[in-house]
Design a protein around this ligand. Structure first.
Ligand SMILES: [Zn+2]
Length: 376
């Protein structure tokens, strides 16, 4: 899982005069054929190695990079941990002792970058896209506060207050029953205040973007007022669930809410792109986006995920075209078919250090050509 301190140390790293190898891998399936990752990485490394001399690296620099690439290959050969991630970012610079492996909740096009600094744009855009969530499961005597961030889930606060169960009507005689009931209600409110205070303290230290409440809906309605207004305004959902639900269920449910929110965000983005398109500052649709990319005018890319539209590619000048094109308009070479045009466009945009934002399928971008972007 992503550790922000780890990301920050990679971000600040500068290998100069050495080079840093940055590898991104996307896991398309949780159980790939044996050796598939090793083979894929081998082929990526071979392609890049051929280019090293052309990029003007000295023999010594090339040797150091080769050693890093060997280490990367060994690491992948040993097998990757795909249990709870969809991709990987790896940064290596042997002479400066950099070796960071970061498993990602969302994969980026598999690619290798060799630069004086780590290639971190994909990682940063991922961090910007994901929200930090608090899920507060609460009843009249207990509470659990769970944090969900970038595909990881953890219980941060657990409270068991000593509140006696509710008095059944008619269980006690006369005024003492009322007194006991009032006493119990006082204790419940103390418990809620304690819960609200602890969660607010956690919020002040760790900041989360959104809060979800879980439990008995009638109880939540009563509890709601105990929360600090800062927290109240962050509530985006309420779940009728037993408060003992498993962490994996919390993660699953939160991911669904996050997905819904990201789809809404994607729809708003399409609106913005349409407005800017009128002013010549944005494009929508595959053809227009490809054209902007070729002119070097694409400042950012928005892409439906999964994209899965085939296209064509010129292996000599990297031109990308739509399905059915046969010859490269720039160098007249025959074009090769590629299964996922989105993947290639994203790779080129990320290679230029510009951001790529993935929008979940099913929203407006799906109807507006599945891809678009802002122009420089
Ligand atoms: Zn070409």
């Amino acid at each position: 899982m992503i550790n922000l301190n780890q990301v920050e140390s990679v971000r600040q790293f500068n290998g100069d005069p050495n080079y840093v190898s940055s590898l991104y891998l996307r896991f398309d399936s949780q159980r790939p054929k044996a050796g598939a990752d090793a083979l894929a990485v081998k082929s990526i490394i071979q392609t890049k190695k051929r280019k090293l001399a052309r990029w003007g690296l000295t023999t010594h620099q090339q040797q150091e990079v080769s050693r890093d690439l060997g280490r990367i290959q060994d690491f992948v050969n040993e097998g990757l941990d795909r249990r709870s991630s969809n991709g990987l970012a790896l940064f290596a610079c042997g002479p400066r002792k950099l070796w960071e492996v970061i498993y990602l909740p969302q994969g980026f096009p598999s690619d290798l970058f060799i630069n004086p600094k780590p290639h971190i744009t994909p990682l940063l855009s991922l961090i910007q896209q994901y929200h930090r969530w608090g899920v507060l499961l609460v009843d009249r005597g207990r509470a659990r506060f769970v944090e969900v961030y970038l595909g990881a889930v953890g219980e941060r606060i657990t409270i068991n207050s000593d509140v006696p169960p509710k008095v059944k009507a008619g269980g006690f005689a006369g005024y003492s029953a009322k007194r006991i009931a009032r006493h119990i209600e006082d204790r419940v409110h103390q418990h809620w205040k304690e819960v609200a205070d602890q969660v607010f303290r956690y919020f002040k230290q760790n900041r989360f973007d959104f809060l979800i409440l879980g439990g008995n809906l009638a109880t939540l309605k009563e509890f709601w007022g105990s929360l600090h207004p800062y927290l109240e305004e962050r509530i985006v959902d309420q779940w009728a669930v037993p408060i003992q639900i498993s962490l994996s269920e919390v993660l699953q449910r939160t991911s669904e809410v996050e997905m819904k929110l990201r789809r809404q965000w994607g729809d708003e983005k399409v609106g913005e792109l349409q407005e800017k398109q009128k002013l010549g500052k944005a494009v929508l649709g595959v053809r227009e986006t490809l054209k902007a990319l070729q002119l070097g005018r694409l400042a950012s890319l928005y892409l439906v995920e999964p994209f899965k539209v085939s296209g064509t590619h010129c292996s000599s000048c990297d031109y990308l075209g739509e399905r059915g094109e046969r010859r490269c308009p720039h160098c007249a070479q025959p074009l090769e078919k590629i299964p996922d045009l989105g993947e290639e466009v994203a790779r080129q945009v990320l290679g230029k250090n510009r951001p790529v934002e993935y929008v979940p399928a099913g929203g407006r971008l799906e109807r507006f050509g599945k891809m678009g972007g802002l122009l420089i």
